[in-house]
Design a protein around this ligand. Structure first.
Ligand code: SF4
Ligand code: SF4
Length: 333
């Protein structure tokens, strides 16, 4: 399976993330699934005229490829001309290249939240870049290719959202396509592969016990749950970050940072500081996706009244101060 990769209005961080693929090296993993790059701007030797020749051959149909991966937002400005981002050495807008190449690809992948939904470029006040995603403007279908776009393989754009996206999400999506194929039913309502977007970041978070008892961190570095005071959106963010390790063992939560829901459209402009939880009458506005507000309020009150001292005390310090008790046989202390 041949993969062609282009970069546009992004930071390149998704390619950097891809290179951290593990436990096996990226290239071993792809090779064993019969996947190879036709061209990638950061990984291929061909550059300048040679690279342009490859792209021209792909747009003319002379050089066949299977998957078009695009990394970065589509910059349609100024005035819809796309001339804010011209292909180096060629002078044609990247939006034009992407549109033409998408017409030849069997499948089109949006790599990262920029490409999926518009990302930071689209969330600049007033969006002077006229940035958008491949098939979405934030959560509204449309974008550069239009809501009705289907690639030759019959799928809409596959949105491998995340900022950056996890290397495993890219590699596993490519492998799935190469080895068993992909159908509409493998994607969620926002075009994300369900194998990772069918989970919530909250699943597997090491702070789950604090969440259950609503034992909340009050300041950065505290061990408690980050939802009530420090902006965590793990209960609303679709991704398996705490089940699928980043860089061997990590995740934002494991590093002490609240989840900012970077797999969701529009996460870049939450309307408040990322590390703060907006509240009304002391109740967080962003409640868990599946939970009615009244239930949450009732459960939170019940949980707080039953919080063990160990959990309550450990939640507001940066190192454990109380260990779990050891129960002795016979009920003695
Ligand atoms: S999604 Fe994030 S990491 Fe990826 S290119 Fe865009 S800004 Fe960079
Ligand atoms: S810190 Fe966030 S992800 Fe972790 S348990 Fe609390 S709400 Fe869930």
């Amino acid at each position: 399976m041949k993969v062609l990769w282009l970069q546009s209005g992004g930071c390149g961080g998704c390619t950097q993330s891809l290179l951290c693929s593990e436990p096996r090296s990226l290239f071993d993993e792809l090779r064993d699934a019969g996947i190879e790059f036709v061209w990638h701007p950061a990984l291929s030797e061909a550059s300048g005229g040679e690279a342009l020749a490859v792209l021209e051959a792909c747009t003319s149909g002379e050089l066949a490829f299977d998957v078009l991966c695009v990394e970065g937002a589509m910059l349609r400005g100024p005035n819809g001309s796309g001339r804010f981002h011209l292909m180096a050495g060629n002078g044609r807008p990247l939006t034009e290249w992407v549109t033409r190449l998408a017409g030849h690809a069997k499948w089109v992948f949006a790599i990262g939240s920029c490409t999926a939904y518009g990302g930071f470029s689209a969330n600049t006040p007033g969006n002077p870049l006229e940035a958008c995603g491949l098939q979405y403007d934030e959560q509204t279908p449309g974008g550069l290719l239009g809501a009705d776009f289907r690639s030759a393989g019959g799928l809409p754009v596959v949105n491998i959202a995340g900022c950056p996206t996890h290397p495993g999400w890219i590699v596993e999506s490519l492998q799935k396509l190469a080895l068993e194929g992909m159908a509409d039913t493998d994607l969620d309502e926002l075009g994300r592969p369900l194998f990772y977007a069918g989970e919530l970041v909250h699943h597997g978070c090491p702070r789950n016990e604090y969440y259950e008892f609503k034992a909340s961190a009050e300041k950065q570095s505290d061990l408690g749950c980050l939802m009530e005071n420090l902006g965590c959106k793990g209960t609303q963010a679709h991704a398996d970050c705490n089940l699928r390790a980043w860089n061997g063992s990590g995740s934002c939560l494991r590093g002490g940072f609240a989840c900012i829901a970077c797999t969701e459209p529009g996460f870049e402009s939450p309307g408040h500081a990322f590390q703060e939880t907006p509240k009304v009458a002391g109740i967080p506005i962003g409640l868990p996706s599946d939970m009615p507000k009244a239930w949450f309020v009732a459960l939170a009150a019940l949980s707080k009244s039953a919080t063990p001292k160990r959990v309550r005390d450990n939640a507001v310090v940066d190192h454990l101060v109380l260990r779990p008790a050891i129960k002795k046989k016979g009920g003695g202390k």
